[in-house]
Design a protein. Structure first.
Length: 190
């Protein structure tokens, strides 16, 4: 693969993580170190999933391609639904300090949900004989940077809009999961 192809692949694999990070940033309102830690979680998982997919290779390609969209949809729908539930339950007059903080498990679930497609990409890269280590590192680094920036963007928006941004973030996560599902089922092409 050419460096331009790797860059395009890295950006496209990172887009979902960026969108999810904006939503999470609105909920958590992270400091810079917390945003960097969340970016690292997204980046590490996004690095590992194409490696896992590549390792699975040709033998399991049909299995991964058949269920990756359902797994991604399920994880994103659960996390998005939780965000919507918490936004709807919250009293708008609550103090900012009382905003719920999502935990590491929710962060990991979100990161896995946004990176399932990267496993399928890893499987396809095995067919091409591509240098998976360079590609996975590029995807991981790009995801780390975009997710960190997304967390900080969400923090800024969340400070002004509170529960509304959390609600929108939840809807966007569910929408993202639905988009992945519909693309893989062949109903839409983006």
């Amino acid at each position: 693969m050419t460096p331009i192809s790797i860059a395009v692949l890295s950006l496209s694999m990172s887009a979902d993580a960026f969108a999810a990070a904006v939503g999470r940033g609105a909920v958590q309102r992270p400091t810079l170190p917390a945003a960097v830690r969340a970016g690292l979680v997204f980046g590490v998982i996004e690095t590992l999933t194409p490696l896992i997919g590549w390792a699975i290779g040709v033998a399991a390609a049909s299995l991964v391609e058949q269920i990756d969209h359902w797994i991604a949809f399920g994880l994103l729908a659960v996390v998005g639904g939780k965000m919507i539930w918490e936004a709807a339950r919250r009293d708008p007059d609550e103090a900012e300090a009382d905003l719920p903080r999502t935990g590491m498990l929710a962060l990991i679930a979100t990161a896995v949900g946004t990176s399932i497609d990267a496993a399928a990409v890893g499987v396809s890269l095995a067919f091409l004989g591509a240098n998976i280590l360079i590609i996975a590192a590029s995807i991981g680094l790009t995801t780390f940077l975009l997710a960190t920036i997304g967390m900080l963007i969400g923090r800024a928006a969340g400070a002004r809009l509170g529960s509304i941004v959390e609600l929108i973030g939840g809807v966007l996560l569910i929408g993202l999961g639905l988009k992945i599902l519909l693309e893989h089922l062949g109903y839409i092409a983006w």
